[in-house]
Design a protein around this ligand. Structure first.
Ligand code: SF4
Ligand code: SF4
Length: 80
């Protein structure tokens, strides 16, 4: 089973005291070749590259445009 990076699906919006849903971004590290296409195409700067892997640094900024998933040449990244 390859290693997966996952992010929480739900987070509390403290100002509104309600639950908001966040996307879940899965990265299969064993399939990722570190090309950085996902980070370069993401319009919201959700990722940085570290040790040749994309790392999620701002999940709340994600607008679910799916560009990262569509552009990944190795099907290593899924947004849901
Ligand atoms: S779905 Fe769009 S905004 Fe979200 S991480 Fe991927 S490219 Fe960035
Ligand atoms: S586009 Fe795919 S293969 Fe390239 S760094 Fe991102 S997850 Fe890895």
């Amino acid at each position: 089973m390859p290693d997966l990076q996952t992010a929480p699906a739900l987070e509390t919006d403290k100002r509104a005291s309600r639950k908001i849903s966040l996307p879940e971004i899965l990265i299969v590290e064993a399939w990722c070749k570190g090309c950085a296409i996902c980070a370069e195409y993401c319009p919201k700067h959700v990722f940085i590259m570290k040790d040749n892997l994309p790392v999620i640094v701002d999940l709340q900024a994600c607008n679910r445009c799916m560009l990262c998933e569509m552009r990944c040449p190795d099907f290593a990244l899924t947004v849901r």
